[in-house]
Design a protein around this ligand. Structure first.
Ligand SMILES: NC(=O)c1ccc[n+]([C@@H]2O[C@H](COP(=O)([O-])OP(=O)(O)OC[C@H]3O[C@@H](n4cnc5c(N)ncnc54)[C@H](O)[C@@H]3O)[C@@H](O)[C@H]2O)c1
Length: 445
């Protein structure tokens, strides 16, 4: 397929962004208006998750227009394409919250699958009518998630047939560089036993290998030491799809439609699959804003299951930069995985937020009857079908398009907590009374 890209230097283009009033879409629009000469048409239905207040800093800009349209409404989509004549589409509009998809999948099927189909057809009809030059440069960028891949092996997954096995025993090691395990299939099994690691700099390194711990009360104690686990598998662009939730299944379906439109009609599409985002303007039903806001009000901080689910966190502004790079410089027909190389358990995320809040918003004892924010942590029943680990191999986009995240989790989460402290009015305004940070998606509610 011919591949003329839209990278600079070039005349400014018009980008139709769907879902631009949402968390990531609004970051994309702020990025484009602040950092490029391109124009944006923001097409959004304004569901509970869409809020134009996230765009106040760009809404007066002459390069920005808003269209309140449902992507399931074909006639309105045709009108928008005809009226605004975009050069590219960035498709972010979706129902996006896994817990809501468990409570009510219908909306996810409608918007994420039927809506994407409608948008593809409206865009294709418009593209068919473009002159040859514009047809060559037009592109349709579908924004998807790493959740389509299902989940990955978790560090605590068990195996058998170990090389170094301990049964009913203890492994005590007093050497400086105590225990390294490299490149074996299944090296260290601990059953009915304890592995204690104390006060070493770099005590247990496991590379391309597994640590299996079975049936012990207190299996792995690590104090003032490190447990390094290298080479657990990552999601690549070749990983097979295996979605677990109605949300991820609906996103997987939409990805398949987009690929089929490329293959069958030669329609110029690109897909990106990204890991969990965090940052400013995130609707408070998602883990990070929910924890910050609940903590500030002295409400319980819900941790699903044991809190050991691992996510690969990416700051939303890093994602926005990656998406702009892909739509303007990516190769038509390609998929790019986007991730932050920040694997954290949910428990670690919540504890980190609590520590930052203890520093930035110390508890006033007269108001909340607690010593520190961590004491609000509350373990609740796990989400049904909860994926245990996601982690992205983002080497393709790094190598081919030169994108790398700028924020580490440590820098990004601190800025995010500060943003929520500074923007509590936004948080109040987006919770319009229908959503009050109650538990969603537990089936037996
Ligand atoms: N949030 C994440 O961590 C993450 C990670 C990877 C990929 N994604 C994907 O990125 C996209 C954006 O995610 P987000 O977190 O910004 O979601 P969001 O829920 O914050 O925003 C979705 C936006 O889409 C709009 N919308 C919903 N239904 C619509 C419809 N029928 N017609 C028009 N607009 C509609 C909403 O009003 C809202 O503004 C989604 O496709 C999501 O699957 C999200």
């Amino acid at each position: 397929m011919t591949n003329t890209n839209l990278s600079s230097p070039r005349t400014p283009i018009k980008i139709l962004v769907t879902g631009g009033a949402g968390f990531i879409g609004s970051a994309v629009i702020r990025h484009i208006i602040h950092n490029t000469q391109d124009s944006v048409i923001n097409l959004d239905k304004l569901t509970y998750a869409g809020n134009l207040e996230s765009l106040t800093e760009v809404s007066d800009n002459e390069r920005y227009v808003f269209e309140q349209v449902d992507i399931c409404n074909r006639a309105e989509l045709d009108r928008v394409f005809k009226q605004h004549q975009p050069d590219a589409v960035m498709h972010l509009a979706a129902e996006s919250h896994v817990d809501r998809s468990i409570d009510g999948p219908a909306e996810f099927i409608q918007t994420n699958i039927v809506g994407t189909y409608n948008l593809l057809e409206a865009a294709r009809a418009y593209w068919n009518e473009l002159n040859n030059e514009r047809k060559q440069t037009f592109r349709f960028h579908h924004i998807s998630t790493d959740e389509v891949y299902g989940d990955l092996p978790h560090p605590s997954d068990a195996g058998a047939n170990g090389k170094c096995s301990m049964l009913n025993g203890e492994l005590n090691d007093d050497t400086d560089s105590p225990l390294s395990i490299h490149d074996t299939d299944n090296p260290l099994n601990i059953q009915n036993s304890k592995l204690n690691i104390q006060d070493t700099d770099n005590s247990l390194n496991i590379h391309n290998s597994k640590l299996n711990i079975h049936d012990t009360d207190n299996p792995l104690n690590i104090q003032n030491s490190k447990l390094n686990i290298g080479s657990l598998p990552l999601f690549t662009e070749q990983t097979s799809y295996a979605p677990s939730s109605p949300y991820s299944a609906s996103k997987a379906s939409s990805d398949h439609l987009v690929r089929a439109w490329l293959r069958t009609y030669g329609f110029p599409t690109l897909i990106t699959n990204c890991s969990n985002n965090y940052g400013p303007y995130h609707f408070p039903e998602k883990l990070i804003p929910l924890v910050i806001l609940n903590a500030l009000e002295g409400k319980p901080l819900p941790i699903y299951g044991k809190g050991d689910q691992i996510r690969d966190w990416l700051h939303v502004e890093d994602h926005a930069r990656a998406l702009y790079k892909v739509v303007t410089e990516g190769k038509i027909g390609e998929t790019y995985n986007i991730g932050g190389h920040n694997e954290k358990t949910n428990l670690e995320v919540v504890q980190t937020i609590c520590t930052i809040l203890d520093e930035l918003a110390p508890i006033k004892h007269s108001k909340l009857n607690i010593q520190n924010y961590k004491s609000l942590m509350t373990f609740v029943s796990d989400r049904p079908g909860h994926d245990r680990r996601y982690a992205i191999d983002a080497s393709k986009i790094a190598k081919e398009l030169g994108w790398k995240p700028e924020e580490t989790f440590e820098t990004g989460i601190r800025k995010t907590v500060q943003w929520y402290l500074d923007n509590q009015q936004w948080c109040k305004n987006v919770q319009d009374g229908t959503y009050q940070r109650e538990r969603l998606g537990s089936i037996d509610n």
